[in-house]
Design a protein around this ligand. Sequence first.
Ligand SMILES: Nc1nc2c(c(=O)[nH]1)N[C@H]1C(S)=C(S)[C@@H](COP(=O)(O)O)O[C@H]1N2
Ligand SMILES: [Mo]
Length: 518
Amino acid sequence: MTKGTVTGTGRALRGALAGLVAAAVALGVAELVAAITGPLSSPVIAVGGTAIDLTPAPVKDFAVAHFGSDDKAALETGILVLLAIFAAVIGTLAALWLAAGLAGLAVFGAIGVSAAVTRPAAGPAAALPAVIGVAVAATALTVLIKAARGSRRENPAGASEVARPDRRRFLAAAGMAAAAAVVAGGAGDLLLRRFSAAAARSQVRLPRAAVQAPPTPVGADLKIPGVSSFFTPDTSFYRVDTDLVVPQVSPEQWTLHITGMVDHEVELTFAELLKLPLIEHDMTLVCVSNEVGGPYAGNARWLGASLPALLRRAGMRRGADQVLSASTDGMTISTPVATIMDGRQALIAVGMNGQPLPLEHGFPARMVVPGLYGYVSATKWVTRLEVTTFARQRAYWTQRGYAAEAPIKTESRIDVPRPLARFPAGPVAVAGVAWAPHRGISAVEVCVDGGPWHVARLAAADGTDTWRQWTWAWSAAPGLHTLQVRATDGTGATQTPQRAGVLPNGATGRDSVVVTVT
Ligand SMILES: Nc1nc2c(c(=O)[nH]1)N[C@H]1C(S)=C(S)[C@@H](COP(=O)(O)O)O[C@H]1N2
Ligand SMILES: [Mo]
């Protein structure tokens, strides 16, 4: 190896390191500035949010199916990895030609700025974190590259020596810049906590329901180990939304605005909402992205104001067939007027399982409508209801290929035994949950190895809007076995064996598990 290549490699490496440190400075400073301008203006969050909105529905479904509730962590990691590669390239380039490196940094800043200012509810100040972050990073990059190049020293005879990189000076500068990035980022994170709505939530006292839910029937929960509990605790309730950071909505500032095809617009504060007669209702919420056998379903006791009553109060006009609800995060959700008004308990909910809504489930208020998938009914952090028509307006997921109308399909899931379980021959409880919200479940059957269908025992029904646990006692003989389940809803329709993916209106097919009996 010649000395030239060693120096060249060393220079490239120092350049790459300078680029990485400059990127860290950009992010750290941006985080600190975002502590003033708001969490959504942080460039990684803004770029991530834009990426989510631009992601085609099948890729989103892949992410939900494979990363589950970690899909957001996976996206953020992906963005940071891409950013690191980009930063190393910019730094290497800067080591050769500083202006080109700085231009690269400007491109990276421009991506951050354009993502931040185009996010829903972003003001012009949203550009500041990326702009200031990149400006400081440009200074850091210039200093580091100069340090990496070293200085030409004049020797006593007056002839200049060849530029000699001063490795110690470079590493010291890089270390200092990296430390400053960490301090700025850490301080930004701490300061960003002031945006949290957690303290406001802890102050909320929910009033007693004017219409209480009937007592949950004894035996609604069979308490079989491994089977989803009848009520899903808030902490394990699935979460699906497009938000990288949970929207923080202050109940003092929150209002619900009812507009569009109405005789008189209504604007309601949170205090006014709590004064309305509140209804308590048990219902199971399901995500359209739930694959057969998947986890994106949960059951809760909701507390909220009657949505039909609010629409009547606004004087909904004839000819309207859609309520387009919108949230602080830019989500829009379309729900058929006919469904909302047909007598089911459609609510503007403020409580979930006896507590104010958790922040990630829509605090201070969200919509819930029994029987419809979440993306057409369950607007979290809802602030606006526009009475309109399907002909005129399309909602977020409808624009991305999902169906405009989407009642929840009848499904049943085997919770135990687990897939690929091994256990000794003898009596075994096969059990799980089945749902057909608003139609109810009338039967669940299990079959072993494609044989006859056996009727399972159903847990007591808590209305028709909730799921039902079921169990079947199997005398398991040794061997490899496939268990399958199917449910029949309250209208007498049995779940189709036909497999379909989640697009455009929910998956179909039967859940099955393969087990080994020894
Ligand atoms: N504001 C907002 N509301 C939203 C969403 C969202 O992305 N943003 N996702 C919807 C979808 S697809 C589902 S399935 C439910 C999930 O509600 P959960 O997270 O409380 O379980 O919220 C719905 N409401
Ligand atoms: Mo969903």
